[in-house]
Design a protein around this ligand. Structure first.
Ligand SMILES: Cc1cc2nc3c(=O)[nH]c(=O)nc-3n(C[C@H](O)[C@H](O)[C@H](O)COP(=O)(O)O)c2cc1C
Length: 217
């Protein structure tokens, strides 16, 4: 084992958080533990980012009216998404896709404005800003799981409408409504798998050697 490796127990804890992390949409009442939100945010900003651009910005929603308006925007887009799904419309409508009204904290994660000033690592792949902010959210997700706190990423919304509601500057973009709160228990598998929406793909259907293989779908 490398000298730089964590102890076996610490390794097991890291892998446990990775495999037991779930996207949570069912919350129970109760505040977050003391200091938890601050720790999750510190975990978020410890994430890697392209050219160290740190494109993430966080808006904590403390007004219940704003929370309700966010939920209404998600509901509007949920119906539009269902209509776009055609044959799977009714099935989609049975899925629970957010827990905005029930969670202890709602955070909207945005990409910062003036991102065009950051070229390092983004000249050909400008979407690396989104990739970086996603790393921050994943850090929060894992940190929340190890604290026993549920986190759900909601992306079913029209970003322009969120921008208007939250008065984002030109160029900034909301990428996530995070629902964070107490949960009774974590789902033992992804909710979309449990509800038969899709299946988890095994690694042998995802890994190729040297070139793209058409046998991989
Ligand atoms: C970028 C991103 C956006 C997502 N948006 C939503 C969403 O709007 N509503 C929802 O219910 N789940 C959303 N999810 C959660 C996924 O449905 C979930 O990660 C997936 O079903 C696998 O489940 P697991 O996270 O519990 O492993 C999102 C996840 C990601 C990574």
């Amino acid at each position: 084992m490398s000298n730089n490796a964590y102890s076996q127990a610490d390794q097991a804890a890291v892998y446990r958080a990775i495999f037991e992390r779930r996207d949570m949409r069912h919350f129970v009442p109760g505040p977050l533990p003391e200091g938890c939100l601050e720790r999750l945010l510190q975990a978020a900003i410890a994430a890697p980012s392209v050219g160290f651009m740190q494109p993430w910005r966080f808006i904590q929603i403390t007004e219940s009216d704003t929370r309700l308006q966010l939920q209404a925007l998600v509901e509007e887009e949920r119906i539009a998404t269902a209509d776009a799904l055609n044959t799977r419309r009714d099935e989609f409508m049975t899925l629970k896709v957010e827990g905005i009204k029930d969670c202890a904290e709602v955070l909207v994660v945005c990409l910062s404005n003036k991102r065009e000033n950051y070229i390092f690592g983004r000249r050909t792949l400008p979407q690396m800003d989104l990739a970086s902010a996603s790393c921050a959210i994943q850090n929060m997700w894992l940190a929340a799981r190890c604290e026993g706190i549920g986190l759900g990423w909601v992306s079913i919304f029209c970003p322009e409408k969120i921008a208007q509601l939250l008065q984002l500057p030109q160029g900034a973009e909301a990428i996530a409504i995070l629902c964070i709160g107490q949960v009774d228990q974590f789902y033992d598998k992804p909710l979309l798998e449990a509800q038969g929406w899709d299946k988890k793909r095994p690694i042998d259907q995802l890994l190729m050697q040297n070139t793209w293989q058409d046998s991989i779908k």
